[in-house]
Write a protein that binds this ligand. Structure first.
Ligand code: FE
Length: 239
C-alpha cells in the first residue's frame, strides 16, 4: 500500500488538532533530505506538512487571514529580501574594491553589509559581462540565497524551470523576455544546500552618475537570478 499526500496530510492534521507531537512515523515515508519544497518526492517534508496543518487550522478557526499571509510572503519575495541583494550589487557597481572582494569571497563580502545566516552560509557571486550571462537554478529542489534574495518565487521552484533551464537556457530566458545575442555564452549554475549563487548583473548604460541607492533601485530579483537584465535608468537619466 502506498502513502498518498492526502493520507499524510490527514494524519498530520489529526495529530496537530490533538496537540500531539508528530513523529516521523506519523508522516509515513517522509524524510527530510536536500532542502525545502522537494516536489521530487512523493510526500512533502515533515516541516512542510506541519506548517500546512497549522495554517489550515488557524484559517479554519478564523485566527489568521490567508490574504494577510499572502501579503507577508509577497513582501519577502518581492520587497524585503531582494532589496538586500540589490544593495550588494549596487555597492559592487560603485566600489571596485568591494567588487573584487565580492567575486573573491562572496560570503564574507556580503556579510560586510550585514547579510548572513541561514540559507546563505556559503555564497558565490557570478559576474555577467558583455560576453557571459549567468543563470541560476536548483535542479533538485529550490535552494536559493535567502539572505540576499528572500524567498524563492514559485516559478523558481517549478519542475519546468528546474528541468528546462539546464536543457534550453536560451529558450527559458526568451520566455522571461530576455533575448541574448547568439555569441554570448550562457552559463547555468546548479545551486545546492551547501553553495548558493547570486548573479551580479551588468551595470546598465546611462547609470554612471547614479548614487548607490539609485543604482540599487535598478536591480531586480530576476536580474540577480539571471532571468533578466538590470533595469535601465528611467528615461536614460543620469542624475
Ligand atoms: Fe535545492
Amino acid at each position: 500500500m502506498t502513502t498518498t499526500r492526502r493520507d499524510v496530510l490527514s494524519a498530520v492534521l489529526t495529530a496537530a488538532a490533538a496537540g500531539a507531537a508528530l513523529t516521523p512515523d506519523a508522516a509515513g515515508a517522509a524524510q527530510p533530505d536536500h532542502d525545502q519544497g522537494d516536489d521530487h518526492r512523493a510526500v512533502p517534508s515533515d516541516p512542510a506538512l506541519r506548517v500546512k496543518a497549522l495554517e489550515s487550522l488557524l484559517v479554519a478557526k478564523g485566527i489568521i487571514d490567508p490574504a494577510a499571509l499572502d501579503a507577508v510572503i509577497d513582501a519577502y519575495e518581492h520587497k524585503i529580501g531582494p532589496r538586500n541583494g540589490a544593495r550588494v550589487v549596487a555597492r559592487a557597481w560603485a566600489d571596485p574594491a568591494y567588487k573584487r572582494r565580492l567575486l573573491a569571497d562572496a560570503t564574507a563580502a556580503i556579510a560586510e553589509l550585514g547579510y548572513s545566516g541561514s540559507e546563505g552560509e556559503q555564497m558565490r557571486v557570478l559576474e555577467n559581462t558583455a560576453t557571459v550571462h549567468n543563470l541560476v537554478v536548483c535542479t533538485l529542489c529550490s535552494c536559493y540565497p535567502w539572505t540576499v534574495l528572500g524567498l524563492p518565487p514559485v516559478w523558481y521552484k517549478s519542475a519546468a524551470y528546474r528541468a528546462r533551464s539546464v536543457i534550453d537556457a536560451r529558450g527559458v530566458l526568451r520566455e522571461f523576455g530576455l533575448q541574448l545575442p547568439d555569441e554570448m555564452e550562457v552559463r547555468v549554475w546548479d545551486s545546492t544546500a551547501e553553495l548558493r549563487y547570486l548573479v551580479l548583473p551588468e551595470r546598465p548604460a546611462g547609470s554612471e552618475h547614479l548614487n548607490e541607492a539609485q543604482l540599487a533601485a535598478l536591480v531586480t530579483r530576476d536580474a540577480m537570478v539571471g532571468v533578466a537584465r538590470a533595469a535601465a535608468p528611467r528615461g536614460g537619466a543620469t542624475a
